[in-house]
Write a new protein. Sequence first.
Length: 470
Amino acid sequence: MTEPAESKGYFVRLLALFPLICLINFSSVEARTVYHKWEVKYEYKSPDCYKKLVITINGRSPGPTIFAQQGDTVFVELKNSLWTENVAVHWHGIRQLGTPWSDGAEGVTQCPILPGETFIYRFVVDRAGTYLYHGHYGMQRAAGLYGSIIVSLPEGVSEPFSYDYDQNIILNDWYHASTNEQAAGLSAIPFVFVGEPQVNSIKSKLISALICLELAIKCSTVPWAADGSAAGVCNTTNLECSPSSLTVVPGKTYRLRIGSLTSLSALTFEIEGHDMTVVEADGNYVEPFAIRNLYIYSGETYSVLVKADQESSRNYWATINVVARNPATPTGLAIFNYYPNHPQKQPPTAPATGPLWNDTASRLAQSLAFRARQGFINKPPVTADRVIVLLNTQNKIDGHFKWSLNNLSLILPQTPYLVALKENLTGAFAQDPPPDGYDFANYDIHSLAENVNATSSNRIYRLRFNSTVC
Ligand SMILES: *[C@@H]1O[C@H](CO)[C@@H](O)[C@H](O)[C@H]1NC(C)=O
Ligand SMILES: *[C@@H]1O[C@H](CO)[C@@H](O)[C@H](O)[C@H]1NC(C)=O
Ligand SMILES: *[C@@H]1O[C@H](CO)[C@@H](O)[C@H](O)[C@H]1NC(C)=O
Ligand SMILES: *[C@@H]1O[C@H](CO)[C@@H](O)[C@H](O)[C@H]1NC(C)=O
Ligand SMILES: *[C@@H]1O[C@H](CO)[C@@H](O)[C@H](O)[C@H]1NC(C)=O
Ligand SMILES: *[C@@H]1O[C@H](CO)[C@@H](O)[C@H](O)[C@H]1NC(C)=O
């Protein structure tokens, strides 16, 4: 399933594919090809002044942003230079119509890419919007392997809202322990929790210029020097850990594309003194609504519009705070910088601490405020051929803590599911289906038995082609 790294050969294959691409897209719109060549490596980085091994793509974490236009075919030629670890990258939100082999879920749709090997992902981005990509092998996402995918509308088609500039922001939580150390603890008996993350970060990139403005940590709360020692001061001469700035021109409207790839934290994002209008959620246009702070959970993306309409002689804080857990992580900070103030000029105010972490009512209110945008609604099916109810619980299996769905905890088969299904390999995974529901009669969410035993499983739900499942 892997391709040789030799790039000349690759271009020949790429050319050979062209007639096919043209045939598929025989409409007047000319589909383009977006080509990325990536090398995935471990490198020492100190994003918050604490030096540790980070997984990089072409020397960077987050990796390069993929910019494409709706209908384009994206090629990512990925070389695994991790020496002793496999790799796989998932394109989060991309539907992979006709290209399931490129979905990037190791053990599900592909064998992992072995150290030293190269694999070419190929997929069509069929919907404009804001998406993410991330490592899908072990805990590599949490080690820094992730980035953004921005899909623009075809030429001549405009968004149902207007703005002057686009900015791209990825929110993350960040641990100082290595992911191997975390994984060893999480799978140990007794269980060793990873704890709360050391920092929350706002990484932003100015889309048009492709400049990484670096991330935003409140320096004084990060008592680590570049060498990893506890120096008690932030190393402000280290450019890697200076706060990021989102530079705005007074009077202009910005579309902030915000994605979260946290391991543990649910977050709230806000910009001091500025209202935001939500216009996109996970690649779908939504009826615009105003918010003061955006709640965002891992794996989600939103676009919000924000107008630089405040007093322009000063800068403002952009902050992220943890919600849903009693936070033990400092506020993550970026500077909302009004041009021509200095991008690093500290706002005169204290950064926002966000709504109370346990204010569930306002989180629920945001979730309930989403409506699909009129004129962009695909008629939803009114009945389902099959209903599957999935209940997520934390259980014990042979003394280990495991998440499970309907009392089954996934263990990946030796052969990726997609390969086994295509080749009719019935011995590759258990053929009996998992339950379509759980023990409704005995399960009471208000009086939970603690960590009851569950079972490991590699069974799968098989869905009838073209059926509607709810
Ligand atoms: C601060 O960062 C600079 C640049 O990376 C480095 O040369 C210097 O040694 C660091 N100082 C400390 C105290 O870590
Ligand atoms: C929410 O948390 C705060 C501080 O952690 C606490 O004082 C308050 O009682 C909590 N409120 C509710 C409704 O649990
Ligand atoms: C749960 O599993 C443990 C260890 O595998 C076993 O000792 C225990 O009896 C099980 N408990 C129940 C209620 O089945
Ligand atoms: C798998 O089974 C299907 C249906 O029975 C058949 O059409 C297909 O050719 C088989 N594939 C292989 C690789 O044997
Ligand atoms: C899981 O299995 C346990 C033990 O058989 C049972 O008590 C529990 O109700 C099951 N949980 C669910 C959600 O079905
Ligand atoms: C899927 O089912 C719908 C009706 O339920 C039908 O109109 C459509 O042609 C089917 N599509 C395919 C690809 O079979």
